[in-house]
Design a protein around this ligand. Structure first.
Ligand code: IPE
Ligand code: IPE
Ligand code: MG
Length: 224
């Protein structure tokens, strides 16, 4: 059985779900938050130590302002209402990406990270304003400045995922088969599952099925 230490998820399909059932993309984002809560619970049940959630990409700034504002207001409300509970559950929150939001949201994110920094049950990495190419370019720049030799180990120290093991499993919902600039370096050996379901309709059962399948896959890492 393969150990499963880190699951990464591209939570895609909110907009389409919202349009289909509520005639509003934003309603889909709201519904997607319920799935986030369910999947966090299930991740803990499965004793998985790291969960990385792609919530907003560097490319998502190209969306209409109304949708972007709504997304960040959802996040703000989520943190305000849920951070104490996450903390009680011994969950550590880490943001990967560049925190260049409103000062209110930046403060809230920093406070949430600080509050939960010593928690040990599950680490949730929330990818916000995250882009893998940007992350890699910065890492190479810093590595060059440091004059250390350029190798995998040294490079990974300058990634935003420093000290986080690479994902074992990547799940993308929303019936789309692409990486959309997510963890291009870190996913080098991940098992990848593309799911047809839209994120708001993705269930615990779907998640557990994928985990079960992952556990029995033969992972070679180049060997035979
Ligand atoms: C993913 O859902 C969430 C974010 C990118 C914030 P989408 O909003 O991309 O949903 P679709 O792909 O348009 O349905
Ligand atoms: C990827 O989804 C980003 C997140 C889920 C946050 P997108 O919906 O933005 O990806 P593309 O643009 O369809 O590739
Ligand atoms: Mg999408």
């Amino acid at each position: 059985m393969n150990p499963l230490n880190h699951v990464a998820i591209i939570m895609d399909g909110n907009g389409r779900w919202g349009l289909k059932y509520k005639n509003s993309r934003n309603a889909g984002h709201k519904a997607g938050l319920n799935t986030v809560e369910k999947i966090i619970k299930e991740t803990i049940k499965n004793k998985i130590k790291f969960l990385t959630l792609y919530a907003f990409s560097t490319e998502n700034w190209k969306r209409p302002k109304k949708e972007i504002n709504y997304l960040f207001s959802l996040l703000e409300n989520f943190l305000i209402s849920r951070i104490d509970e996450l903390h009680k559950q011994n969950i550590k929150l880490k943001i990967i990406g560049v925190k260049n939001f409103s000062s209110k949201l930046n403060n809230l994110l920093n406070k949430s990270e600080k509050k939960t920094s010593k928690n040990r049950k599950l680490q949730i990495n929330l990818a916000l304003n995250y882009g893998s190419k940007f992350e890699l370019i910065n890492a190479f720049k810093s590595l060059k400045k440091s004059n250390k030799i350029i190798n995998e180990k040294n490079l990974s120290k300058y990634l935003q995922t420093k000290n986080i093991p690479d994902p074992d499993l990547l799940i993308r919902t929303g019936n789309t088969q692409r990486l959309s600039n997510f963890l291009l370096w870190q996913l080098a050996y991940a098992e990848i599952h593309f799911d047809k379901k839209l994120w708001p309709e993705f269930s615990e059962k779907d998640y557990n099925k994928i985990i079960k399948k992952f556990k029995i896959i033969k992972r070679n890492f180049g060997k035979i």
